[in-house]
Design a protein around this ligand. Structure first.
Ligand SMILES: Cc1cc2nc3c(=O)[nH]c(=O)nc-3n(C[C@H](O)[C@H](O)[C@H](O)COP(=O)(O)OP(=O)(O)OC[C@H]3O[C@@H](n4cnc5c(N)ncnc54)[C@H](O)[C@@H]3O)c2cc1C
Length: 311
């Protein structure tokens, strides 16, 4: 069995480099499957770091401007071109890999095995389902197994090796996508995951216009703004404000939940906050069970009043 491990490559200061932590953890999983070749695709990449990974038999370096901006299509094409000799194609379960690996699986006409957290044998894998509440064991009879590795489940491989490095040439531009720009979101507010205070709004706010009320309270408190998934799905707040199981996990000193019922998936993202304040008109709302301070009130009255007092 020979495994192709796709290294996670991050863009740093105009160049690219291997994200060693994610790649080293995926290496530990890959090494349980067979001999591992590591593919490093990027612009200006050397493969030197990947070559130190214990378990790497060979490092393949595709140094080309085509891979500079992390577009999934050229990388998928490159991997499909190399896939012939491999029993498994593996990558750490990162946002980039989750974009590339399903394309590879589709092009090879095999299934994708995402978020693998345990290797049973070369055909059998474990992965969490139902938000981690159950573990699924999947056996694949595909000729090539394409899997992403949930890195939290594996220790990082040591970096004491010295694998040989080989250049591989770019597959050519499939012309399916082109890079336009990267834009860093600018905000005067603190960053959500590291903020000391967070004010989040839920479906109870009722509209995008009224969500401005939550933002005003956040600004008065010097807080970051969060939202429940229902508020995001309803278009009241942008996606990257979502707090919870499928959003961001926050643990600020102060978390204010406005018009949020307190579903378990929301609590998964904020229950470790030091002081939780809930504003809800329903006194039986589950959020009150974990709130340190509960205000049973109409948010349209309570929030402007609080904002005025905090300003
Ligand atoms: C797999 C999965 C993952 C999920 N991931 C997430 C996640 O990451 N984050 C998340 O938040 N949810 C997540 N959810 C959704 C979650 O189950 C809930 O549907 C969601 O959290 C509900 O959002 P909400 O509390 O804003 O809305 P609702 O449950 O509709 O609650 C609205 C609340 O507002 C109150 N209210 C209404 N009007 C007023 C008023 N005028 N004044 C005061 N209070 C008022 C109501 O009493 C109610 O309690 C997930 C669900 C699934 C199945």
């Amino acid at each position: 069995m020979t495994v192709l491990l796709i290294a996670e490559v991050s863009r740093i200061d105009g160049g690219s480099d291997v994200n060693m932590d994610a790649t080293a953890k995926a290496m530990t999983a890959a090494a349980q499957l067979g001999e591992v070749h590591v593919l490093v695709a990027g612009e200006g990449v050397t493969g030197d770091g990947a070559a130190t990974l214990e378990g790497a038999a060979k490092v393949l370096v595709a140094d080309d401007a085509l891979y500079a901006n992390g577009l999934a299509e050229p990388v998928a094409d490159l991997v499909v071109g190399l896939a012939g000799g491999y029993s498994h194609i593996v990558a750490p379960s990162t946002a980039a890999a989750k974009n590339v690996l399903p394309r590879i699986a589709a092009l090879l006409d095999v299934m994708i095995l995402p978020d693998v957290s345990g290797i049973v044998d070369a055909d059998t894998f474990q992965r969490p389902i139902y938000a981690g509440n159950a573990i699924q064991t999947v056996r694949s009879s595909d000729a090539v197994k394409v899997l992403t590795i949930r890195t939290a489940g594996f220790e990082a491989a040591a970096t004491t090796g010295s694998a040989p490095i080989e250049a591989v040439s770019a597959a050519g531009d499939p012309g399916l996508s082109s890079f336009v720009e990267d834009k860093v979101a600018e905000s005067d507010r603190p960053e959500l995951t590291s903020a000391g205070r967070v004010v989040s709004g839920g479906r109870g706010i009722g509209s995008e216009e009224d969500f401005a009320m939550v933002e005003k309270l956040a600004d008065a408190l010097g807080a970051a703004v969060g939202a429940s998934r229902a508020a995001v799905d309803s278009g009241y707040a942008p996606n990257d404000w979502q707090v919870g199981q499928t959003g961001k996990v926050v643990a600020p000193e102060l978390y204010v939940a406005v018009g949020i019922s307190g579903a378990i998936q929301h609590l998964a993202g904020m229950k470790d906050s030091k002081v939780i304040v809930a504003i809800n008109k329903d006194e039986d709302a589950p959020i009150f069970q974990i709130a340190d301070y509960g205000l049973v009130a109409d948010l349209f009255e309570a929030v402007p009043e609080l904002t005025q007092k905090a300003s």
